[in-house]
Design a protein. Structure first.
Lengths: 351, 339
């Protein structure tokens, strides 16, 4: 496949090219190879410095795996991940050796979904937030305490809390601890994996605002993985949509929501419940389930559920292409279709 | 609230549910009142710990120990085919008696958030659906199986004759939720309690399930009590909406008024703090100060006063019960701003 996505620009922090991650399926006593789950199957996208890229899709579409392959929590099956590191320059992450990887990991951090399971209950905040500093030899002793105190202050927690254990905190506060830990090493890129989906509505707003403030203050770049489209729309500059291990569309947020180019994006947006009882629009109900990534249909993976599918979609797999400047879509019929997004008019009350 | 030609199905009057724990008493539900009409949908909204699920447990008399319904009445109306109706006081029934068992799962059915944990993993979905049918309708196994296949077909399960032999783990999340809805509907309940039925599902599957529930409601004429924290879902499904905060009902209104004319500061704050699809918004979200207090130390007076933008010192924090007042027909608010 010769898909070209990234324009030649030097403010690109992360560029993912044809990234693949296959998980083998083994069966029987001898664990013979029965096939592969193609969790990520040829994904291309790029993120500019200082921007937030939203990555959306249904469960099992490979969005979390993509994030994990980027930080090499999983080894990629194929493809390239180019990262513009502040010390090492532009490097391909899967090629790095252990020592280089250690230095890169300081520049890429993760925030996880569940603040109850991502913090060790037997460690104090000082240990949790201080661990990355200690392990990388950045600070120790009283320096460490000062740095942790500062980090806690930055995320809106009182420095005195550092002697406490996670159980003493509410869900929103725990997520702040997770954010402080991610910030500890002054990273360039933070991969946020569903950071607000486990939180209550009122707390969710607090964390989203915190992430936006920190981005401005520390010039952070986010890869924001989430399934909630309204949250993604709120926080992202650009959005990528995934379906069964492939990227189907990537565009600037407003354009994507106002005028989607891929039928799957259109259906996703139509499915989001709009918080307005006066909103009247035809709802697109997708039939059936998401395709099985171990046994995907031929042609376009979305064609069995697509209401615009033609014969070509059943045979030929569409490639991701740049239809308009910085607007990427993988659909054979993208030029001829006129799809409906959600517009400002969708919600009229002022709240 | 129940006169003027409306057909009530459930009347909840000033119900209180307390949990007696070693650490203290948790006032999970503190004086909640509402009606559910036949064939209508009542949405119940609130953050975790506000008592919305416990309220629904009280209606079915399944509040888990050490919880107890300590005050209030819940009435259930049974409509007979000849047009007559009887009024049953659920709170007076023995939670283990036959009377409530005939209602539970039969006339009032419930579906839960996570179908994987509320379905038995060691029984086929067919056996689980047939169990309810055999229990409540006097039919033999063959007939129960026929009904089970029919109801699976009705909820849009493809190949119901084969899928009836499936175990829950063999189905996708959306299909499992359909199986659970099939189980709940197998005895044609007049009230379906849906406790966050789509929270664990993807948006496209959520749209399928909501569409299905609305279709079935129209067809079968059942009422739905829809519990969720998602205001988008509420806007779509509800006729009336109850907003709860720390065990108290703060506002009860028709759905349009809830969104366009909210009175209680908590309702307004909630509406303003959600990001909305379609409104371009790199601006900051409205934030509700602080977090939900812990259930052992509920603030005196109005429980929302420490977080409220319209807090009136010396009024809202006085130790008193606030009245739930009807501001407009059908629109009730519990707030001192309007008394």
């Amino acid at each position: 496949m010769s898909e070209q996505t990234a324009p030649q620009q030097d403010n690109i922090l992360l560029e993912v090219k044809n990234l693949k991650k296959y998980f083998p399926i083994r069966k029987g006593f001898f664990k013979t190879l029965a096939g592969y789950v193609k969790a990520v199957d040829g994904v291309n996208f790029y993120i500019h410095e200082g921007e937030t890229m939203g990555l959306v899709g249904e469960s099992g579409c490979g969005k979390t795996t993509t994030g994990r392959v980027i930080v090499r929590a999983y080894e990629a099956t194929g493809g390239e991940v180019w990262f513009k590191d502040k010390n090492l320059g532009r490097i391909n992450i899967p090629d790095l050796d252990k020592k280089q990887m250690k230095s890169i990991r300081q520049d890429m951090q993760m925030i996880f979904q569940d603040p109850y399971s991502s913090l060790n209950p037997r460690m104090t905040l000082l240990q949790i937030v201080g661990e990355p500093l200690l392990v990388n030899g950045v600070a120790r002793g009283s320096d460490l305490k000062d740095r942790v105190a500062e980090l806690l202050r930055v995320v809106g927690l009182r420095p005195e809390y550092m002697i406490r254990y996670p159980h003493a905190f509410s869900g929103g506060q725990r997520q702040r601890i997770g954010v402080a830990r991610a910030l500890a090493l002054n990273p360039q890129l933070i991969i946020c994996d569903e950071p607000v989906s486990a939180l209550d509505v009122s707390v969710q707003a607090q964390i989203l605002n915190l992430l936006q403030d920190l981005q401005q203050d520390f010039h952070l770049t986010y890869l924001f993985v989430a399934h909630d489209l309204s949250v993604v729309e709120h926080i992202s500059d650009r959005v990528s949509v995934m379906y069964v291990g492939k990227l189907v569309e990537m565009a600037e947020t407003e354009e994507l929501f106002n005028k989607p180019l891929h039928p799957y994006t259109e259906a996703l947006m139509s499915a989001v419940p709009k918080p307005d009882p006066r909103y009247q629009a035809e709802r697109i109900i997708l039939e059936g389930d998401v395709a099985d990534p171990a046994n995907p249909p031929p042609g376009c993976y979305f064609h069995p559920r697509c209401r615009y599918a033609i014969d070509r979609c059943k045979q030929e797999e569409p490639l991701l292409r740049e239809l308009l400047p910085e607007r990427f879509v993988s659909c054979h019929r993208a030029e001829e279709l006129s799809l409906i997004g959600v517009t400002e008019a969708a919600v009229t009350y002022q709240g | 609230m129940s006169e003027n030609g409306k057909e009530p199905l459930i009347e909840v009057r000033d119900v209180k549910v307390y949990f007696y724990l070693d650490e203290g008493t948790v006032h999970a539900v503190e004086g909640v009142s509402f009606d559910i009409e036949r064939g209508k949908t009542l949405g119940v909204v609130g953050e975790s710990g506000c008592g919305k699920s416990v309220t629904s447990q009280a209606i079915m008399q399944i509040v888990p120990p050490p919880g107890k319904i300590v005050a209030g009445d819940i009435f259930f109306y049974r409509y007979n085919d000849d047009g007559s109706s009887e009024k049953i006081e659920i709170t007076k029934l023995d939670p283990r008696g036959t009377d409530i068992r005939n209602i539970r799962g039969n006339e009032i059915a419930k579906i839960f958030q996570e179908p994987m944990t509320s379905l038995s993993p060691v029984h086929t979905i067919g056996n689980q659906i047939m169990e309810a049918i055999i229990l409540h309708q006097k039919v033999d196994k063959g007939e129960a199986r026929r009904i089970a296949i029919e109801v699976l077909d009705e909820v849009g399960m493809p190949y119901p004759e084969q899928r009836i032999e499936y175990y829950p783990h063999q189905l996708s999340g959306g299909m499992r939720q359909r199986a659970m809805i099939a189980m709940a509907l197998s005895c044609h309940p007049t009230l379906l309690i849906a406790d966050e039925p789509t929270t664990a599902l993807d948006v496209t599957t959520e749209a399928q399930i909501i569409d299905l529930m609305q279709g079935l409601q129209k067809e079968l004429g059942m009422a739905i009590m829809y519990i969720t924290h998602n205001l988008g879902v509420i806007a779509e499904v509800a006729d009336d909406v109850v907003i709860m905060y720390l065990g108290k009902e703060v506002e009860l209104a028709p759905v349009d008024a809830t969104f366009y004319e909210p009175y209680h500061p908590y309702t307004r704050d909630l509406l303003r703090s959600i990001p909305r699809v379609g409104r371009k918004s790199r601006e900051r979200l409205h934030v509700i100060a602080g977090s939900v207090p812990d259930p052992y130390n509920i603030p005196k007076g109005c429980p929302y006063h420490p977080r409220c933008p319209d807090f009136m010192p010396g009024k809202c924090d006085l130790d008193q019960d606030l009245a739930f007042t009807e501001i407009k027909p059908g629109h009730w608010v519990r707030c001192l701003l309007y008394t």
